[in-house]
Structure formats: structure tokens, C-alpha cells
Design a protein around this ligand. Sequence first.
Ligand SMILES: NC(=O)c1ccc[n+]([C@@H]2O[C@H](COP(=O)([O-])OP(=O)(O)OC[C@H]3O[C@@H](n4cnc5c(N)ncnc54)[C@H](OP(=O)(O)O)[C@@H]3O)[C@@H](O)[C@H]2O)c1
Length: 272
Amino acid sequence: MSTYVISGVARGIGFEFVRQLSANPANTVFGLVRDKGAADKKYQAEGLSRKNIHILQADVTDYDALKATSEYVSGVTGGKLDYIIANHGAVSDLSAFDNLSNLAKDPVSLEQDLMESIKINVLGTISMFNLFMPLVLKGNGKKAIAISTGMADVDLVAKYDVQVSPTYAISKAALNMAVAKLSAVLREQGILLMTISPGFVDTGNYNRSLTPEQQKSVEGMVKGFARYAPHFKGAITPEESVRLTLSVLERSSIEAGDAGSWVSHYGNKQWL
Ligand SMILES: NC(=O)c1ccc[n+]([C@@H]2O[C@H](COP(=O)([O-])OP(=O)(O)OC[C@H]3O[C@@H](n4cnc5c(N)ncnc54)[C@H](OP(=O)(O)O)[C@@H]3O)[C@@H](O)[C@H]2O)c1
């Protein structure tokens, strides 16, 4: 039996984490969402009204709300938690398909966009890890992961000219360092912290109408991906991504040298 707290579970990869982990009735899954009413409806509509799923409301940038969820979890589990999965992530509409050179022409908007990305993707994760860590220290799993991205790989971006989503990529690169820094504190206490990229996953985020220029940026990215990974045939499903990511989580350990590391859903630096 294992207990999990997972953020960003209203849709996409987070929803799939909950689906797969709650399929084992011995597990208890606490899912964090920003809108509990909407999430409850979605889980019901998808036939996922399992007794071992607890949907809790907290925006990860709201420290007090996050703290309240950690207190709720502690009350249910007797002060223990096995795993944290900080899955939440935000890519803004402003920057998702644009490049940094264009965005820099409006420094006020760029600053807002970058600060918002850092607030959610970096500070939100640090708060989540810190608030739930006292429970994880008493649990059996002793692992905390944040979901990062291969888009934060400086070598990949530089070699294949990946222009899009600059503020997202900057914030996820900062997230990787934040998790390494927390690992530097917590490894000694037996907690494995690491970041895992889930691959390129079809969660519907590219199914929106794009301007011709945005379309060109996305095509440029996909062409770069094809050069980087000739086997790459397109996005994988959330089902495959979560299965592979959970397998990395399961087999990683402090003893194997994984503390503070940043790896892909394959457990290495192959992002696609
Ligand atoms: N899909 C990919 O190809 C891909 C590739 C690499 C990395 N990733 C990473 O994988 C994770 C999940 O991605 P996804 O594709 O499933 O994304 P998604 O469909 O956009 O879902 C993101 C989730 O994060 C939540 N979230 C955003 N801001 C939040 C905040 N301030 N507080 C709490 N929750 C917040 C969203 O909540 P709401 O539902 O309330 O909006 C949503 O549930 C993210 O960290 C993403 O960066 C995805």
C-alpha cells in the first residue's frame, strides 16, 4: 500500500497519474487541483469515482491553501506520505509558440510571463515539497519527483534551435536546479528527490488554432525533434508517458546515484 500526493490532476498527465495509481485499491491518491468543483465533475464523467482518490483544492502559488492540503493528508494518513509527484506546470499562451527575441520587444509582458512561470513551476514546487516533506520523512516510499521537460536541456535547444516556449523552458531549467538543491539537503535524510521529463505527450495542448507564424514555430520544433531523434514519430499518449515515468520513479534510488538528477521517461537523457 502506498500513498501519493500529485498536483495538476484535473487533466492531462496528472489525471493519468491518478487513474493508473488509483487502479490499485491498496493505494491512496491525493490529487491537487485549482477548481475542485470542475475536477469532481470530470472524474465522475470519466468514471473515476474511486474511494481511494481524494481531490483537494489548492493553487500551488497559494501557500496557505497548500498547507491546508498537507494538513488534510496528514489527518487521513496519520502523518505519513510515501510519494510526492509535483506534476503541475504552466506554459502561457503569450509565450508558448513565440521566441525570446520577439517577446523581449515588450519587456513588461515578458517580465510578467517569466515571473508567473517561475512562481508556478519553481516556487510552487518548492512550497509543495517543503510542506509535504515532514510526512514523506515518516513514510515508507521516501521519494519526491517534479515533472520537468527536455525543453530545459541547454544542449538540445542550442543544437536544434528550439525557439518556442522560452519562459517555460527557463523556469523548468530553474526547477531542475531547485530540486537538485533540495536534494542536497534531503539526501542525507534518505529522501530521493529528482526531476523527470515525461516525453512529448499528447494532452491536447497543441490542438488549438495557431497563427501562421506560431504554426511555423511548432513545425520548426517538430523538425528539430526529428533531427534529434530520427525514431520520433510524434507525441506519445498520457498512458504510455505515465507508465514509463512511474517505472523510472520505482527503479530510481539514492544508492544508484539518482538523487538530485534530471532524467527522461526512459531514465536517461534521451528526451524523445
Ligand atoms: N505534455 C507534454 O508534452 C509535456 C512535455 C514535457 C513536460 N510536461 C510537463 O508535464 C506536466 C503535465 O503536463 P500536461 O501536458 O498534463 O499539462 P496540462 O494539460 O497543461 O496540465 C497542467 C496542469 O497543471 C495545473 N496547474 C497549472 N498552474 C497551476 C497552479 N498555479 N497551481 C496548481 N496547478 C496548476 C493545471 O491546472 P488547471 O487544470 O486548473 O489548469 C493542469 O491541471 C507539466 O509540468 C508539464 O510542464 C508536459
